[in-house]
Design a protein around this ligand. Structure first.
Ligand code: ZN
Length: 211
């Protein structure tokens, strides 16, 4: 049902023409350079979709007044949400900052918390911010050629600390689901900001847990 609704939206935009053969097998292209696909339609997140995600609200407001920038996009391909299927695609996080905080994805837990995810970095520089409900956190550095395992129970957020798009390929159990609301309401415990000399720094989120 969710897949149909999504597909309907994409058809309404006039750009979704592929119907992948999830029961039969199929191929799809992804650029190694920019992560984009000629045969699929991405989901896009603009700055206006990221309200409350960045710590510096004044910088967010100023940036949004200038331009509603594309922050990231990713491909879902409409995988059937069944345990035996594997959802996969690319995720592209663009370079930039709001205040000192780097552009990033919203980040999410899986609705079925006990499901992991694998990533492979195609291009760009950055990292994946991991956090579990018990408060264990880490920032895993990503660069081209580097694979990453996100274990079950860990929220994951891509952060672009470089100057070009950070492009990753991901795969996870297709029925895992996405829980965005925990991060949207509580935030992440840590923030990735640009420190002295342009080096990324991990700091505590002063607003964590505050509604
Ligand atoms: Zn995930």
């Amino acid at each position: 049902m969710k897949v149909n609704r999504k597909r309907g939206n994409q058809m309404a935009q006039g750009s979704f023409e592929c119907d992948f053969e999830w029961g039969k097998g199929f191929t799809v292209d992804f650029s190694l350079v920019n992560g984009l696909s000629a045969g699929a339609v991405s989901t896009k997140r603009y700055l206006s979709n990221m309200k409350g995600m960045f710590a510096d609200e004044a910088a967010y407001k100023n940036a949004l007044e200038r331009e509603d920038s594309l922050i990231y996009e990713f491909y879902e391909l409409g995988a059937p949400e069944k345990a035996g299927d594997i959802a996969f695609g690319t995720s592209i996080t663009y370079p930039g900052k709001i205040g000192d905080e780097y552009f990033m994805t919203k980040g999410h837990f899986h609705t079925i918390l006990e499901t992991g995810e694998a990533y492979y970095t195609l291009s760009g520089e950055g990292g994946m911010l991991l956090e579990n409900p018990e408060g264990d956190t880490s920032f895993q550095i990503l660069s081209p050629g580097k694979a990453l395992y996100v274990p079950p129970r860990y929220a994951h957020r891509s952060v672009n600390t470089g100057k070009s798009p950070l492009v990753t390929f991901f795969a996870f159990r297709a029925d895992a689901g996405h829980d965005y609301s925990t991060i949207e309401t509580k935030g992440y415990r840590k923030l990735i900001v640009e420190g002295k000399g342009g080096v990324h720094t991990i700091i505590d989120n002063p607003k964590w847990g505050v509604k």
